[in-house]
Design a protein around this ligand. Sequence first.
Ligand code: NDP
Length: 282
Amino acid sequence: KILLTASCVAFLAVKWTAPRFDPESLRGARVLVTGASTGIGEQMAYHYASFGAQVVITARREKVLQKVAEKCLSLGAQKALYIAADMASESEPDRVVDFAVEKLGGLDYVLLNHIGPSPFSMWEGDVEHTRWLMKVNFFSYTQMAWRALASLEQSNGALVIVSSLLGKMPSPFVVPYSSTKFALNGFFGALHHELVMKKSNVSISICTLGLIDTDAAMDKVRAHTNVPAYPSADAALNIIITGATRQPELFYPWFTHIVTLSKDWFPSITNYIIQNSYRYTP
Ligand code: NDP
């Protein structure tokens, strides 16, 4: 009871003291969204579009990106451009940032959101997949962040990292994925300190998401758990607001914050719950 009350008070305090979001601040904003052909990234592109932003979207499938860009224009985007790229490549992450900077004349927001597909199953020693996933889900993020930093510095811009509860709390069936998200939290958490110490103009927001109802996520977990999933459009809006108000962290849905605290305060209970939240027979 004490934990719950303390967490609720902390949550409400954060909500009340957070700066107000002004949608007008995004009119004309120059935005790059990765992993925007589907899921949360696609929803973020539509929100930015309806706020009148200029967006560059990227993922691997050009035809799908084209459709998303067309919908962005119909929703009110001032510009909607796309560039197909594979984030496992060593050169593509730089090429995407350079494209966005050139086409938009700079960047105000960079939302790093893409993930490579990864199986939902026990780890059977596939080191090669883990190495590949680190390239897509982690190294490309570090590379794009570095490439975009000078432009964001000029515009007083924001870098938003889409991470996961599984980057704070190890869970079964997602060993490689969870590793990439832990790496992101460590890297961008540390970089956040450095930017503040350097009095940089760039804000970093790290978004911790629980289960979101994207097709990709639901196809994987539906048969294994009854954990409730939250709507991708709402998750996307919360991520955008977090970046626009330059908050260092987002927990969505809100109780993911309590879950991350409980893992340290009550490790045995948390481990028991995690290991028994999935249907599994050895
Ligand atoms: P999706 O699988 O729906 O979307 C992934 C996106 O990444 C797609 O646009 C895909 O497009 C792109 N992508 C995949 N591989 C590559 C690649 N090699 N290079 C470039 N782009 C690639 O993911 P979600 O929307 O579900 O997740 C979005 C973010 O939210 C992720 O960072 C995820 O970790 C996080 N998150 C999601 C949760 C959920 O339950 N959905 C929970 C917690 C966090 P294409 O195939 O065209 O390349």
